[in-house]
Design a protein around this ligand. Structure first.
Ligand code: IMP
Length: 425
C-alpha cells in the first residue's frame, strides 16, 4: 500500500485511463501532475464509455479525492464542460475535486498563439493552448488561480502580457489583436468557475500521504512526448515522466512508491514527428481500425506501427519504470506474423539506444524479429488462457525490456484485464 505512478511509456494513448480506473478501486486520492486538456483518458465501465481530458479519471469512482496539481495548465472553460458532463452522469465533483492555487491558467490568447505557431512549426499540437501556456509560465508571464482575487495585480499583469501577445499576433502572424476588456471578462468568468475548487493542493496531498492514504499519480501523454526525453521538438511542453510528479504536485520523491509504465502491444503516435516502426500499409490500417485508433481529444487518426523495444527501453530507463501494463493485446488478433523492433540500424551501425536528435531518428531503420500471431484473445481474463504465441510475445518483450508485465489488457472494458500481480500489495 502507498502510491502508484501510472506513466505512459510510448507516445501517449497507451490506455492509461483504463489502468488508472482499475487501480482506483483501492486508491483514496488520484492526482494529475502535468499537461492539461490535451489529454484524452478513455474509460469503459459498466458498458459505457467516458472520455476525460483534465479531471483525473478517478472521479468516476465514488468518494475518491481528485487533485489537479500545480504542474498543470488549466483551461477553466474546458473544466466547466467536463464538470457539466459528469453532472449529467450523476457524478458531482463539488466536494472531492481540488485544483492547485499554483497551477497555470490557459488564457484565450494562448489558444490563439497555439493556432498561429502551429501554422509555421507544424508540430501537430492539439491546438488547446498547451505549449504557449507553459512558455508564458516559464517566461514569468503566466497567471495562476491564486492571482484571480487580486484585481489590480491581474489588470497590470494581463495588460503587460497582452502588449507582448498582440505584438506577436499582429507583427509576426498578421492576425487581429486581442482586446484587454474581453480578456478581463474571461478572467472574471475563470475566477467564478475555479473558486469552489482552488486550494493549496501540495498541503492537502502531503496531509493525505502522511495519513497513509493510497495515492495514484496519473500521467498524461507519454515519455516519448516528454519535453526533455521525448522526440523534441515533436513533443508536448511538460514532463509526463516520473520527475514531473514531484514538481507538479509539491511532494517528496520518497512519496512515489511503485512506478508502473503503460504501453500497447504495438505502437501509435498522433501528430507529426519521426516514428521508426510506423506501418503505412494495410497492416497499419488493420491496427487502426481494429484498435479504434483515433485521437480521444481531437479525433485525428493515429499513426500505427510495430512494438519498438528501443524506444520503450529509453522510456523505461528515463522514467525509472519497474513494472508494466501491456494494453490492447487483442487488437493484434488475426495477424499471421507480428514484428518487434529490437534494435536500430543507423548510418551503417546497429544501436540499442534511442537517438536524441529527430533528424537521426528519422533515418533509423528498425531491426525486426518476427513472431507467430494469435487469435481470439479478446476478453481473456486469466494469463494461462492466452495462447502459447501470446505468452512467447510477452516473455520476449519482458526479456528485451528487463521489466515484468504485471497487467495485460485484452479489451476496453475494465473486466477484460489480466492482473498477474496485485500492485497494491
Ligand atoms: P500539445 O500537447 O497540444 O502541445 O501537442 C504536442 C504533441 O503532443 C502533438 O504531437 C500532440 O498530438 C501530442 N499529444 C498531446 N497530448 C496527447 C495525448 O494525450 N495523447 C497523444 N498525443 C498527445
Amino acid at each position: 500500500m502507498g502510491s502508484i505512478a501510472i506513466i505512459g511509456a510510448q507516445w501517449g494513448d497507451e490506455g492509461k485511463g483504463k489502468i488508472v480506473h482499475l487501480l482506483t478501486e483501492n486508491a483514496d486520492v488520484i492526482c494529475r501532475y502535468q499537461g492539461g486538456n490535451n489529454a484524452g483518458h478513455t474509460v469503459v465501465a459498466g458498458g459505457k464509455k467516458y472520455v476525460l481530458h483534465l479531471i483525473p479519471s478517478g472521479i468516476l469512482k465514488e468518494g475518491k479525492i481528485c487533485i489537479i496539481g500545480n504542474g498543470l495548465v488549466v483551461n477553466p472553460y474546458a473544466l466547466q464542460d467536463e464538470i457539466d458532463l459528469l453532472k449529467t452522469l450523476g457524478i458531482e465533483c463539488g466536494s472531492r475535486l481540488f485544483i492547485s492555487d499554483r497551477a497555470s491558467l490557459i488564457m484565450p490568447y494562448h489558444i490563439e498563439l497555439d493556432h498561429a505557431y502551429e501554422e509555421s512549426l507544424g508540430i501537430g499540437t492539439t491546438k488547446r493552448g498547451i505549449g504557449p501556456a507553459y512558455s508564458y509560465k516559464y517566461a514569468r508571464m503566466g497567471l495562476r488561480p491564486c492571482d484571480l482575487e487580486e484585481e489590480d495585480y491581474v489588470k497590470t499583469t494581463v495588460g503587460t502580457v497582452l502588449d507582448e501577445v498582440n505584438a506577436t499576433l499582429v507583427n509576426r502572424f498578421g492576425r487581429n489583436p486581442l482586446d484587454l476588456s474581453r480578456v478581463l471578462e474571461d478572467i472574471r468568468a475563470y475566477r467564478d468557475i475555479l473558486k469552489p475548487f482552488v486550494t493549496d493542493t501540495s498541503l492537502l496531498l502531503n496531509r493525505c500521504i502522511n495519513e497513509g492514504k493510497n495515492v495514484i499519480f496519473e500521467g498524461a501523454q507519454g515519455i516519448l512526448l516528454d519535453i526533455d526525453f521525448g522526440t523534441y521538438p515533436y513533443v508536448t511542453s511538460s514532463n509526463p515522466s516520473t520527475g514531473g510528479i514531484c514538481t507538479g504536485l509539491g511532494i517528496s520523491p520518497k512519496s512515489i512508491g511503485r512506478v508502473l509504465g503503460v504501453l500497447k502491444a504495438y505502437t501509435t503516435r498522433v501528430g507529426e514527428g519521426p516514428f521508426p516502426t510506423e506501418l503505412e500499409d494495410k497492416t497499419g490500417e488493420f491496427i487502426r481500425k481494429k484498435g479504434g485508433e483515433f485521437g480521444a481529444s481531437t479525433g485525428r487518426p493515429r499513426r500505427c506501427g510495430w512494438f519498438d523495444a528501443v524506444a520503450a527501453r529509453h522510456a523505461l530507463r528515463t522514467a525509472g519504470i519497474e513494472e508494466l501494463a501491456m494494453t490492447k493485446l487483442d487488437v493484434l488478433d488475426g495477424l499471421e506474423k507480428i514484428r518487434v523492433c529490437t534494435q536500430y540500424q543507423v548510418d551503417g551501425q546497429r544501436t540499442d539506444e534511442f537517438p536524441a536528435n529527430v533528424a537521426v531518428l528519422a533515418r533509423v531503420e528498425p531491426v525486426y524479429e518476427e513472431h507467430e500471431g494469435w487469435d481470439n484473445l479478446g476478453g481473456v481474463k486469466n494469463y494461462k488462457d492466452l495462447s502459447k504465441s501470446a505468452h512467447r510475445y510477452i516473455d520476449r518483450i519482458e526479456d528485451l525490456l528487463g521489466v515484468r508485465v504485471a497487467i495485460v489488457s485484452t479489451g476496453s472494458d475494465e473486466k477484460e484485464t489480466i492482473q498477474r500481480t496485485n500492485l497494491w500489495d
